[in-house]
Design a protein around this ligand. Structure first.
Ligand code: UFG
Length: 366
């Protein structure tokens, strides 16, 4: 990281006033812009072969960061690895392996390696205690032991529980309604203590409903056994499943189905890079929502998918899924204010179109 800063200062110095050409002036402006807005870092992305992780890796590489992926490939895929990134096959449950990886020397880590099915977390909470809480404690300790002082962490809107008002801002009470959300909230509490006691600065990113695929179509590995709405709709469109279920149409919403705040994974990835930049420049931690402020109903998603894919997508309305709030939407004002971040690709057509491209590409390979 220091190397880049020195390089940029030298670039400014080399411009040797007075400027002798327009090209030199342009070079100076470009150098100054880079100095002000981007700090290229050597990063360790834990869980970087997964659905969200691989998109974050792509974004970091695009922004000029150096990336090493650490992943046990339990749900991550080899085809999601990029040749520009170094890969370490390892588990966050293996403390020695984590420390060895961290000793390679990084400016920052991003942690996306977690179990994330809220329903499953109510049936096998022990899996979530181990993977999410113990796994993250291992990461925090390994970072501290090796002097890495920045962490970007995948948190979740699940920390809030049933909404008491909408849109949900970061001051909303945190009363998780499932064990998965509890694990994310516990980790946030632990990170606050590590900040205070060990000087570890973190960015905790509370994701709302993440969907879509890389806007430039560079990620081809599909999530296996997805539990979320949009990939299930895609599976019904492509014929992996015969039909899909709509969990309840008797909610207090305009069409009776649940409303969620869908955020495109490319927008989400850009926010990770911006958050890392923020904690590096400001030397302090950050907790923010990542959403769009508006919502789409289940029926709106299914109808948009029928329109974009041209497929019939058979859907049956069944009973409510336990624990589903009628409506969720995030206030992302804080992300705009602190990071200058705003969703650009999260409209329904891009969410569906980029997903459909990934599913049709994967089907063509089979
Ligand atoms: N749904 C269906 N049919 C399906 C799957 C989902 O009707 O086959 C409905 C759900 O009932 C819900 C909506 O689609 O109303 C969205 O459901 P998802 O399972 O895709 O997402 P959730 O809103 O339940 O949860 C997701 C993440 C959580 C995160 C939350 C934040 O999985 O980790 O978004 O808003 F906390």
């Amino acid at each position: 990281m220091e190397h880049i800063v020195v390089l940029q200062c030298r670039q400014l110095h080399n411009a040797a006033f007075p400027l002798r050409s327009a090209a030199q002036a342009a070079n100076l402006v470009a150098g100054f812009y880079f100095f002000c807005y981007t700090i290229a870092m050597n990063t360790l992305i834990i869980g970087g072969a997964g659905y969200i992780g691989s998109h974050v890796v792509r974004e970091f590489l695009d922004q000029g960061h150096k990336v090493t992926v650490f992943d046990n490939l339990s749900s991550g895929l080899r085809e999601n690895l990029f040749p520009e990134a170094t890969f370490i096959h390892g588990s966050i449950m293996d403390y020695t392996a984590l420390v060895s990886a961290c000793k390679l020397g990084f400016d920052a880590a991003v942690h996306l390696a977690a179990s994330k099915a809220a329903g499953e977390s109510m049936i096998v909470p022990e899996k979530y205690s181990v993977n999410n809480i113990s796994g993250t404690i291992n990461i925090l300790n390994a970072l501290c032991e090796t002097g890495i002082q920045r962490l970007v962490f995948s948190s979740s809107a699940a920390v809030y529980g049933e909404p008491q008002y909408l849109p949900i801002d970061e001051k909303h009470p945190t009363i998780p309604q499932n064990y998965y959300g509890f694990t994310k909230l516990e980790i946030e509490h632990i990170m606050h203590w590590y900040d205070k006691l060990k000087g570890l600065h973190f960015a905790s990113l509370r994701y709302f409903n993440v969907a879509g695929y890389d806007i430039k179509g560079r990620i081809s590995g599909l999530e296996q056994n997805p539990a979320n709405l949009i990939p299930i709709v895609m599976e019904a469109a492509i014929g992996i499943r015969k039909e899909m279920q709509i969990y309840g149409d008797d909610y207090d919403t305009p069409d009776g189905t649940c409303i969620r705040d869908y955020i495109h994974v490319s927008d989400l990835s850009a926010a990770h890079a911006a958050a890392l930049d923020y904690i590096s420049k400001n030397n302090k931690s950050l907790t923010i929502n990542l959403g769009t402020g508006t919502g789409l109903s289940v029926k709106e998603i299914v109808e948009a998918a029928r329109r974009v894919t041209g497929k019939p997508i058979p859907a049956q309305v069944t009973g409510r899924r336990p624990g589903d709030p009628a409506k969720l939407a995030a206030s992302s004002k804080l992300a705009l204010e602190l990071l200058g971040w705003k969703a650009q690709y999260s409209d329904v057509d891009k969410l569906i179109k980029t997903s459909w491209e990934a599913y049709t590409k994967a089907a063509a390979k089979r």
